[in-house]
Write a protein that binds this ligand. Structure first.
Ligand code: NAD
Length: 326
């Protein structure tokens, strides 16, 4: 698959653009010649992820919980890549109202502002957590949803609003349900960090990792470049194929946490060990994406496989550690 691109000069808003996935989208858009505005409150995002001072780039620091900020952010934009969210299951269990305010109400604010500003299309960062703990695998978009955490419920509410805006207002939205995205810029230091950056940082430091549960739970790990491809395809596909639709974004392969840890240990070349603790509240047991729909409708293929993605991520962590220590 050739890497998909946006037309040069297209004005694009990336909410949450200072975060892990958002900043990787920003880089791809700028590379293709788009004009990029980021709206981010820097709650989990970082300025160092952004090309501050670059041509065709602008940062608007503010929150999607403020309607007027969303209106300013959407003015003059053709495309919106809506990535901003409080993206942690664990945090949502502790702070459900805060998660709802950003992930559900914030999404509604962005949708209202985008529609009023005449944005052509909004692509939404949905979540595979919408499927919950149903035993059926792989998860396909036609399945009933079954959120198991406040995070999953709020992300699903945002998704519902996207679909309703397409139906009621004829406003083009595309929902992408991400399955465990990983890669450069994912933060290993937050208490809510995802498993790959935590494992990688521990392996590089030669420290033991803690595995929640027995480690036989599985995930469909997806390299961030694949998710960026999916975003660009969703933004550029004909409306008849994309608008009002929901697409899984994964690799179509599942890997257990134990296998993942072994792969990372091998790549890093460490003898660090794993210790096992209790399973986490709100976590699902198994996850695997059915890729039929996105392959057929958007022409998406997961270009980077797990072993390659882990190697690239490891190289990035290594470079980052070097630049921090020099
Ligand atoms: P991230 O924390 O790196 O990025 C989220 C960004 O949103 C950050 O830059 C943060 O500062 C910003 N943000 C948070 N609250 C905001 C607010 N009120 N106003 C403006 N900006 C705000 O997380 P990520 O992993 O890059 O996640 C991006 C999106 O993808 C989220 O919507 C998340 O729910 C979704 N998602 C991620 C994964 C994954 O595996 N990483 C899986 C499923 C869904």
């Amino acid at each position: 698959m050739n890497r998909p691109v946006i037309q040069p000069g297209t004005p694009c808003l990336v909410t949450g653009g200072a975060g892990f996935i958002g900043s990787n989208i920003v880089d791809r858009l700028l590379e293709g010649g788009a004009y990029v505005r980021v709206l981010d409150d820097l709650s989990t995002g970082r300025l160092e992820n952004l090309p501050l001072g670059a041509d065709r780039f602008e940062l608007l620091e503010g929150s999607i919980t403020e309607s007027s900020t969303c209106e300013r952010a959407c003015a003059g934009m053709d495309l919106v890549f809506h990535q901003a969210a409080l993206p942690s299951v664990e945090r949502s269990v502790l702070e459900p109202a805060a998660t709802h305010a950003v992930d559900a109400t914030g999404t509604l604010n962005v949708l209202c502002a985008a529609k009023e500003a005449g944005v052509v299309r909004l692509v939404y960062a949905g979540s595979s957590s919408a499927y919950g703990d149903t035993p059926e695998l792989p998860k396909h978009e036609g399945m009933a949803t079954n959120p198991k955490s406040p995070y999953a419920a709020a992300k699903l509410a945002g998704e519902m609003y996207c679909r309703v805006f397409s139906e009621v207002y004829d406003f083009e939205t595309v929902v992408l349900r991400y399955f465990n995205i990983y890669g450069p810029r994912q933060d290993p230091t937050s208490q809510y960090s995802a498993v790959i950056p935590i494992f990688m940082a521990a392996a590089m430091a030669g420290e033991e990792v803690r595995i929640n549960g027995d480690g036989e739970q599985t995930r469909d790990f997806t390299y961030v470049d694949n998710a960026v491809d999916a975003n660009v395809l969703a933004a550029t596909a004909p409306a008849s194929a994309a608008s009002g639709r929901v697409f899984n974004v994964g690799c179509g392969e599942r890997t257990s946490i134990n296998t993942l840890w072994t792969e990372i240990r091998d790549i890093v070349g460490t003898g660090a060990e794993a210790v096992y603790g209790p399973a986490r509240a709100g976590d699902v047991r198994d996850s695997l994406a059915d890729m039929t729909h996105i392959r057929r409708e958007l022409g998406y293929q997961p270009a980077v496989a797990l072993s390659d993605g882990l190697r690239r991520t490891c190289a990035w962590f290594g470079q980052r550690q070097q630049s921090v220590s020099t």
